[in-house]
Design a protein around this ligand. Sequence first.
Ligand code: DP6
Length: 372
Amino acid sequence: MTSPNKKQRITKSKEVTCSAPVNIAVIKYWGKRNTALLLPTNSSLSLTLNQDDLRSTTTIRASPDFVSDRIWLNGKEENINAKRLSNVLSKAKELRKEMEEKDADLEKLSEWGIYIASYNNFPTAAGLASSASGFACLTFALSQIYDLSINLSQVSMLARLGSGSACRSLFGGFVKWEMGTKDDGSDSLAIQVASETDWPGMEALILVVSDARKDTGSTEGMQLTVETSELLKHRIEKVVPQRMLDMEKAIAEKDFDSFAEITMADSNQFHAVCLDSYPPIFYLNDISKAVIKVITALNARSIHTDPSGKKKGYKVAYTFDAGPNAVLYMQREHLSEVLGVIDYLFPRKSTQKVGEYYGKAKEVLENVDKTN
Ligand code: DP6
């Protein structure tokens, strides 16, 4: 099997390594109006988490000697012809080919084979947005290896073809995904609303209630909701458009009270439309519900109503994606208090070291080299 000469036969190659973080939505994407192009039924808005804790790293190597494209996810070879993956790859190659047709001096990279290794330093498919960071990372790496002359929002459209929420992970800070109205999806893309430094001191705390794979994946779950939920129609027509405007205003004004109210209301409504689907989808478990009660009680101690009727004094906001894990957003001055309460009421089972990530993906391709 091992053939040292084979490695030497690689005449030329090009390699890039990129890493991308997850994003957690405060206005949720749930529903597609076009399942092939992954066009959503509503706009959404998220925060990109900038720590090393939740990241995907992808190494891509291209060579004219690779006879076919191949992909490894967390060290295990996966099917390169999986629909969404092949949509992303063929679109990226198509864009490269267009460039090569215009400029004869360009290397014909679109004809080379590519090996891709992607690595998550956190549980995959457990409601921790692994597809978001994974596809964001893959498409950014493709745009780099092919030197595509497109801006980040255009890269986000490519990422969207892999997984909707992935388009928002191309940017840092506060990011919205404009649902767009065109049938070809050319206006359904991500835009940065504010950078991380525009609102410094915003912290995210992730409570991993369970790292098991979820029963109902987001893709199938949201289509079930589109097909069966009356409440979803109300949400996409009457609720989300105003909420997007209110959330952007809250971010621009660094108004944490409005930010927290909208975030929690939107998480609640997202889980309500899941329950309104048939058969109903349950993502929250008893621990998730206990977290909601604790956060509500914690906020109740400091909330007061000002003369204009606005509630003020929120310390923390919860949000839950398609799984039982809670993400808490708060301003840095409340972090130690919130952490103290959470640690006291929900003692940690284990303290997990952040998984190593950079270099892991590259290592996978190096091992392939050795065994080929
Ligand atoms: C609850 O982006 O995973 O996290 O587009 O089918 O891949 P596909 O779905 P995905 O759905 C994410 C749903 C969510 C909300 C959000 O991130 O906005």
